[in-house]
Design a protein around this ligand. Structure first.
Ligand code: NZQ
Ligand code: ZN
Length: 384
């Protein structure tokens, strides 16, 4: 197992009616900017619960963070913060609102052109404090230090990371999932599943706890995911998926182990060009990535086949093939499509996405830097 430090300072309030806890979690003297998206929180009672909890605070709001948050919209929020002296951000939404809030929090304190945080990896040295009320379990953003922001003018979708934007606390009330459309529930299950795979399906460093923890998340998502998108969903199903999504990307299973992320990097380019939802892109690429990297990932792929899928691995090659097929079938079982052509995207995508990867220096992806531009091109072609 590789050396590692693990530190996750996000305080979690998990369970029913926990939104009220934000009253205690935010410092009394804070001037709070509530940041949210396109207005779902006004239709499902979350906005009222947040307003109630903030009744003793000085606060205002910024609406309109879009799915795949844009630099342009985030910079409008930065202007509001500077004009009205806000010093605390409460993000109320899914990954997009949280990621947008992280960028806003960093940009508000940044000296220079904030776009450099994304395009030039300029280090973030401070940020406004952020609290989160999560409304869509998927990304894990509520309890990690990553953010992905898009530039609507240049077709760039770029990540940054900083401990300074790690949320101080996150409220996870599974009841908020009641109003999520099936498409977003599906996205959440698939994103959490692929986050786990990106940190598990690499090569073994004998990290037994991380491996078994990751296997527990994969099994849970495979068990509960199909239930979540069916008609009869109860609180326990929502709670298990919500907790899985947070644990999949809060640093725990990735501590001390190699990490892949090649599927994510190709997926981000597909979203930047064609606007597909983040998780939709992952379900398209992952099965083809697994097939292309089958030999490099042989040991872990067999471990996945045996311990997660319960397959007999005596015939190794057929077990690996079945494991890839069952992974794609799992995506179908949560009503997720797995081909670019399912979204009307054709042959032209092969060159277009490969060019995007090249433009962003994504030419040696994966835990061994083995996914060259040529391999990415073949993976995209195989995903049509
Ligand atoms: O904008 P509103 O009106 O709130 O509607 C949203 C949005 O249209 C809606 N929604 C959210 N909660 C709801 C709800 N509708 C009804 N009831 C609720 N309770 O759902 C739609 C999608 O929301 P979004 O936040 O875009 O989805 P998600 O959480 O999947 O976030 C995706 C973004 O996160 C990034 C992705 O790239 C993408 O930009 N990621 C962030 C990561 C991170 N920070 O660690 C890692 C991920 O790999 C990912 O890249
Ligand atoms: Zn993701």
């Amino acid at each position: 197992m590789l050396n590692f430090n693990f530190y996750n300072p996000t305080e979690i309030f998990f369970g029913e009616n926990q939104i009220a806890e934000i009253t205690k979690a935010i410092p009394k003297e804070a001037k709070v900017l509530v940041v949210y998206g396109g207005g779902s929180i006004k239709k499902n009672g979350i906005y009222e619960q947040v307003s109630e909890a903030l009744s003793e605070f000085s606060w205002g709001e910024f609406a309109g963070i879009e799915p795949n948050p844009t630099y342009q919209t985030c910079m409008q929020a930065v202007s509001t913060i500077k004009q009205e002296d806000y010093n605390y951000i409460l993000a109320v939404g899914g990954g997009s609102v949280i990621d947008g809030s992280k960028f806003i929090a960093a940009a508000a304190n940044f000296v220079g052109e904030p776009w450099d945080i994304l395009s030039a990896d300029t280090e973030v040295t401070s940020a406004l404090p952020i609290g989160v009320v999560l409304t869509l379990p998927a990304t894990g953003s509520e309890s990690n230090s990553f953010s992905v922001v898009s530039n609507s003018e240049t077709q760039d979708k770029l990540p940054f990371a900083s401990i300074h934007v790690q949320p101080k606390f996150a409220v996870l009330d599974p009841q908020v999932m009641k109003t999520l459309p099936q498409r977003q529930l599906t996205n959440g299950v698939v994103d959490a599943f692929v986050h786990t795979m990106e940190q598990y399906l690499t090569y073994s460093v004998d990290a037994k706890v991380q491996d078994r923890f990751a296997e527990g998340l994969l099994i849970t998502l495979m068990e509960e995911g199909p239930k979540l998108v069916s008609e009869e969903v109860d609180y326990k199903v929502r709670a298990n998926v919500m907790w899985s999504a947070t644990m999949a990307l809060n640093g725990l299973i990735g501590a001390g182990v190699p990490q892949d992320w090649a599927t994510h990097m190709i997926g981000h380019e597909i979203t930047a060009v064609y606007g597909l939802d983040h998780a939709q892109t992952l379900a398209i690429i992952l099965p083809r990535m697994m097939a292309e990297q089958k030999e490099a990932k042989r040991d872990k792929l067999l471990q996945y086949a045996e311990r997660v899928l319960g397959l007999d691995i005596t015939d190794e090659d057929s077990a690996m093939t079945s494991a890839i097929e069952l992974t794609e079938q799992f995506f179908h079982s949560v009503q997720m499509k797995t081909r670019l052509s399912d979204y009307g995207i054709g042959e032209e995508a092969v060159d277009k996405i490969t060019e995007q990867l090249e433009r962003h220096d994504m030419t040696a992806l994966g835990e061994q830097q083995a996914v060259t531009l040529d391999k990415s091109r073949e993976i995209i072609r195989a995903s049509l």
